[in-house]
Design a protein around this ligand. Structure first.
Ligand SMILES: CC(C)(COP(=O)(O)OP(=O)(O)OC[C@H]1O[C@@H](n2cnc3c(N)ncnc32)[C@H](O)[C@@H]1OP(=O)(O)O)[C@@H](O)C(=O)NCCC(=O)NCCS
Length: 258
């Protein structure tokens, strides 16, 4: 059974597969088995928590444990994680996805908490859990982890935007002011590009060195690492053309970003 073998390996390598916050009574765990019986409930939570245009097909995310278990140090390592109440381990109240990208950094996306459970620290806990898993992948690969990066499109609901920014701030995330990532609108090909704000938590590279050209390079790296978009693409060029003095500032300053 892959789950059990993995648990043994994880113990051997001293890796965290669970994290618990006494403050919230919610525990996070990583899904390590494609047949984990909790997955249908996680899918339902994913589909009701994130808008359709913020999602990718669930089937792709649900295959994460396969790729995770086949991992060897030095390669990409994806993580699908969930949060459950401590005394209800079969009821997911939050989920998240993140990946270690060797030679680049870490990337977090697709994170959500059930509406009835928000405001109790679960979103923050999921971010931190993903950070720890990504950090452990970098450690086992014996490579630096300069930063962990994520993007966010400002939603219509300003309260939700404020809540996101608060969580980003709590986990040490800074906003890359002065640069917006133009990305395809995957749901409607005829729609204008989706403009994403970029947030980054410095890791082995201090915030002071992540500015100017280096910050621009880190953000543009998402095109290669995540979107498979090349520098000759109009989206890439639009991002470059719109960039003005990129710098890291507190996440909450993104409150008025468009
Ligand atoms: C964003 C989201 C993940 C946050 O989850 P959560 O479990 O509520 O997060 P936390 O409880 O850790 O933190 C929420 C913080 O936002 C604050 N907050 C909530 N609503 C707010 C508002 N309207 N204005 C300002 N702050 C707000 C809370 O007070 C809390 O901060 P505090 O701990 O200082 O009190 C959740 O709202 C969600 O799933 N939203 C829908 C999907 C989504 O937007 N995903 C984000 C992907 S990055």
């Amino acid at each position: 059974m892959p789950g059990r073998n993995w648990a043994r390996t994880a113990l051997k390598w001293g890796m965290a597969s669970h994290v618990q916050s006494p403050a919230t009574e919610t525990v996070c765990r990583e899904i390590l088995d494609v047949n984990d019986p909790i997955l249908p409930a996680v899918q339902a939570l994913y589909e009701r928590t994130l808008d359709e245009d913020e999602r990718i097909p669930w089937e792709w995310l649900a295959r994460t444990p396969e790729r995770r278990l086949a991992w060897t140090p030095g390669r990409r390592r994806p993580h699908l994680v969930i949060a459950t109440p401590k005394d209800e381990p079969d009821r997911p109240v939050g989920f998240g996805y993140g990946v270690f990208l060797p030679g680049y950094g870490g990337y977090v996306c697709y994170l959500g908490v059930d509406a009835a459970t928000r405001g109790r620290g679960t979103g923050t806990q999921l971010f931190r859990f993903l950070f720890r898993l990504i950090e452990s992948a970098a450690r086992l690969s014996a490579v630096p982890l300069p930063f962990i990066i994520w993007e966010s499109h400002r939603p219509v609901d300003s309260g939700l935007w404020a809540a996101r920014l608060r969580v980003f701030d709590k986990v040490g995330g800074l906003w890359a002011r002065g640069i917006e990532l133009h990305t395809p609108n995957y749901m409607r090909a005829d729609a204008p590009p989706v403009r994403l704000q970029i947030f980054l938590r410095p890791g082995d590279e201090p915030a002071e060195s992540l500015r100017g050209e280096r910050l621009r390079e880190a953000v543009l790296g998402l095109y290669d690492q995540i979107y498979r978009i090349t520098p000759d693409d109009p989206l890439y060029q639009a991002t470059v053309a719109g960039t003005v003095n990129p710098r890291l500032v507190p996440a909450v300053e993104a409150v008025d970003a468009k």
